[in-house]
Design a protein around this ligand. Structure first.
Ligand code: URA
Length: 188
């Protein structure tokens, strides 16, 4: 499938009920040749209105960490587990994730990132392992399906619990170090 075909089918998707309440499908943004891909949960209100992931308050928090560790938003790819906003920002159901995951899989196939970083426990439980514990396992790297993967705290959690920002900074510095190592590998 090409990017255009994928984006088109995602925008016209009616596989689950969320298409009835969405303003727009939030496909993903950033570099389609990125070595690093972030995967969040689902669009919120601002994302549903703009069609761009992580542009609301949680997005602004995420941007601060990207900036702090020197990762350019344009050089990475940012997507969500779900492409449509769940009403009232409730957690995505397993059924919704099942219906939507093929779009994410196809994005990963097209991008072929080296590193995949889950933003929060919902994507970590789906992409890393079902019993993933974000409090004790954030920042721990594993290899799965040819990718290096880890999860960091969801930026919206940092808005509710500022004490977690310290750990987030450590994890994001580590993400940046891994990215630098991948770039170095690619250039030799
Ligand atoms: N939270 C997410 O998980 N994704 C977004 O795009 C915005 C908020």
């Amino acid at each position: 499938m090409t990017w255009d075909e994928l984006e088109e089918s995602c925008k016209n998707c009616t596989k689950c009920e969320l298409h009835k309440t969405r303003t727009t499908c939030v496909f993903g943004c950033g570099s389609r040749t990125a070595k690093l891909m972030f995967v969040g949960e689902a669009p919120g209100e601002k994302e549903d209105l703009s069609g761009i992931p992580f542009v609301g308050v949680a997005g602004k928090m995420f941007d601060k960490f990207l900036f702090a560790v020197g990762i350019d938003r344009e050089e990475v790819y940012i997507a969500n587990m779900l492409k449509c906003r769940p009403p009232n920002n409730r957690d995505p159901s397993v059924e919704e994730q099942d219906m939507c995951i093929e779009y994410l899989r196809e994005q990963v196939r097209l991008i072929k990132p080296k590193l995949i970083v889950c933003l929060g426990r919902i994507s970590a439980m789906r992409l890393i392992k079902p019993d993933f514990k974000i409090t004790s396992e954030h920042g721990q790297w594993i290899e799965k399906g040819g990718f290096k993967m880890c999860a960091v705290y969801h930026p919206s959690l940092l808005l509710r619990d500022a004490r977690k920002k310290e750990d987030m900074l450590i994890d994001m510095k580590n993400v940046k170090a891994k990215l630098d190592a991948e770039e170095k590998n690619a250039s030799v």
